[in-house]
Design a binder for this molecule. Structure first.
Ligand SMILES: CC(C)(COP(=O)(O)OP(=O)(O)OC[C@H]1O[C@@H](n2cnc3c(N)ncnc32)[C@H](O)[C@@H]1OP(=O)(O)O)[C@@H](O)C(=O)NCCC(=O)NCCS
Length: 207
């Protein structure tokens, strides 16, 4: 069946309970925590255009939402989940890519980060340009780390003074940082060309 991936809007608010259930069941099966969110919280994300939903007809196939931290210095794509029947088909990658672009388009100055123990998510993040980092490079917003409360490993995080845990921290540059980097590369290319032309002159004169 065809799966449509789109930025969610108020039409999709009725999926909030089902999304929370899917997140809850998936977290229990993995034995790790996904920050527990209420249906109301998910509904607000959907209504504010800060979520991506995948639907096969009317059937929920997957979901992911955008969170803003440290007053817009960071964004995170959280709550990535794919319904069991739709796994291993590249759907998480497609949803995450859309959520990543949504986050960077809406918040171009914000770096994108995540923490995960999931190999699938590590692979997807790496392809999107995330790099593994220590927690010191991520948001220090207390509210973000409070989201780890529902994880069975929360005691480890606390014991390590929130400096490390079983999750890997991953960070991608903001859209602006990436654009600046591309401009520098383009300028470098131009400089190389100018040098080339200058070098060519004396040779031509000598000839
Ligand atoms: C993790 C999850 C979102 C992956 O969804 P998916 O649609 O099956 O993933 P994709 O098909 O897009 O696969 C992406 C990559 O991860 C790999 N992958 C998928 N599931 C995997 C798994 N269980 N273990 C290892 N690698 C996996 C795929 O082979 C693919 O790798 P490739 O690019 O080298 O081919 C899904 O299993 C899920 O919803 N799990 C429960 C919720 C969860 O763990 N969310 C992440 C919280 S951080």
């Amino acid at each position: 069946m065809n799966v449509e991936i789109q930025v969610a809007n108020e039409v999709h608010a009725s999926y909030a309970e089902q999304i929370c259930e899917l997140l809850e069941i998936s977290a229990r099966q993995r034995g790790t925590g996904i920050a527990r969110r209420s249906p109301d919280y998910i509904r607000r994300k959907i209504e504010n255009g800060n979520a991506v939903i995948a639907l096969a007809g009317h059937q929920l196939a997957g979901f992911c939402y955008v969170e803003i931290w440290s007053h817009g210095k960071y964004v995170a794509n959280s709550g990535l989940v794919v319904a069991h029947d739709f796994r291993q088909k590249g759907l998480a990658k497609a949803i995450k890519t859309k959520a990543f672009n949504l986050a960077r388009d809406k918040y171009p100055e914000a770096r994108v980060f995540g923490i995960t123990t999931s190999l699938a998510v590590m692979k997807i993040n790496s392809e999107l340009g995330y790099r593994p980092v220590t927690f010191s490079e991520l948001t220090q917003d207390e509210q973000f780390w409070d989201g780890c409360h529902s994880c069975p490993n929360y005691d480890i995080l606390m014991r390590c003074d929130k400096k490390m845990c079983l999750c890997t921290g991953m960070l991608a540059p903001s859209k602006l940082e990436e654009m600046e980097k591309k401009m520098v590369l383009d300028l470098t290319h131009m400089v190389v060309q100018v040098q080339h032309e200058n070098q060519a002159e004396p040779a031509a004169a000598a000839a």
